[in-house]
Design a protein around this ligand. Structure first.
Ligand SMILES: NC(=O)c1ccc[n+]([C@@H]2O[C@H](COP(=O)([O-])OP(=O)(O)OC[C@H]3O[C@@H](n4cnc5c(N)ncnc54)[C@H](O)[C@@H]3O)[C@@H](O)[C@H]2O)c1
Length: 304
């Protein structure tokens, strides 16, 4: 197993810098390299982050695309920001060009590198990055619906009155408009989620809407979201560096659908080790197929 602890973050805006800060607090990476096309942004973020040097032994510095390409874990947040009211899919044309440029400039990429996509639309960009980078598919994945599932857990935990990590239930499919909650496979302590009176009583469509709409609500209020995603990405980095093999819903290539979407995967030191086949109701299967169809149509426009 490759020993990994050098992390590059491409895109030093709100999300990139907050991921860097979360990684500093976590203390599992030896070095963080920030890269951005705007040099002042990198200088400013590195200077600001250096004020937190006293809490960590992780070194943070600015670097080049070529240096980033040689790191162990390369996190891509570079992208145009989602505008209020803009869907994640509408962002694609702008972000495709950026990704093409970033990957092209990093080449030749360390063949053992893990490429972790965060920029949106994350499923489509992960698919494109798998093709453009030439890296094995298990080494190229996206943060997917990990954040949506964390939001769901928080909500369900408060409804049932248990700790968040006692909730096993995922948001699957696209990180975006066609995502859905896999209610039928959810459980708490081995008891199906749908058997809890608190869950039977709730309006499930309203919960799904609340979860998928949370990013839009935050963007409307403050222009961007970054704390939640930074928390998620730092957990993923720790999982890779420490080979923890947690099960996380991530954007991964699913052979059956020929596209990238979120399914629960086992994440270890070499990236995605396997996909966990979740039990889905017939209605949820249809939702997954619809999500896959929508994503495949977009991906096929960009990469043949
Ligand atoms: N996956 C998720 O759950 C999730 C959550 C929040 C945000 N995001 C996404 O993360 C991305 C970044 O969001 P943000 O709020 O940090 O935006 P931001 O505008 O603050 O930062 C983006 C940065 O990318 C840089 N950049 C642009 N083109 C570049 C290139 N070719 N090479 C290197 N750097 C480049 C910009 O200069 C900027 O500093 C967006 O696509 C956003 O939708 C994803």
């Amino acid at each position: 197993m490759v020993q990994r602890s050098r992390v590059a973050i491409i895109g030093a805006g709100s999300v990139g810098a907050t991921i860097a800060f979360a990684l500093l607090l976590q203390k599992v990476s030896s070095e963080i390299i920030l890269v951005d096309i705007v040099e002042e942004t990198v200088q400013g973020q590195v200077l600001d982050l250096s004020d937190a040097d006293f809490i960590t032994s992780t070194q943070t510095r600015g670097g080049t695309f070529q240096e980033a390409g040689q790191c162990d874990i390369i996190i891509i947040t570079a992208g145009a920001k989602q505008k209020p009211g803009e869907t994640r899919v509408e962002l694609i044309a702008r972000n495709y060009k950026i990704l093409d440029n970033v990957i092209g400039t990093m080449k030749p990429i360390n063949p053992h590198a893990i490429l972790l996509l965060v920029a949106n639309p994350v499923d489509v960009l992960t698919y494109i990055a798998q093709k453009l980078s030439g890296l094995p598919k298990n080494q190229v994945f996206g943060s997917g619906t990990f954040l949506d599932s964390a939001r769901l857990r928080l909500k369900l935990a408060s409804l049932i009155g248990v700790a968040e990590n006692a909730i096993h239930c995922y948001v699957l499919g696209e990180h975006g408009d066609s995502q859905f909650i896999a209610w039928s496979s959810g459980h708490v302590g081995g008891k199906p989620l749908l058997d809890f009176p608190e869950i039977k009583a709730i309006d499930k469509d309203a919960i799904a809407k609340e979860i998928s709409g949370k990013a839009y609500e935050i963007i409307k209020l403050k222009g961007a979201t970054y704390f939640g995603i930074a928390g998620c990405v730092s957990m993923l980095v720790q999982c890779i560096i420490l080979n923890q093999r947690h099960v996380r819903p991530l954007s991964t290539f699913v052979e059956e659908y020929g596209c990238v979407l979120s399914m629960p995967v086992v994440l270890g030191g070499n990236g995605v080790e396997r996909i966990i086949e979740v039990h889905l109701s017939s209605d949820e299967k249809v939702r997954l197929q619809q999500s896959a169809k929508a994503l495949k149509e977009i991906c096929d426009k960009y990469i043949h």
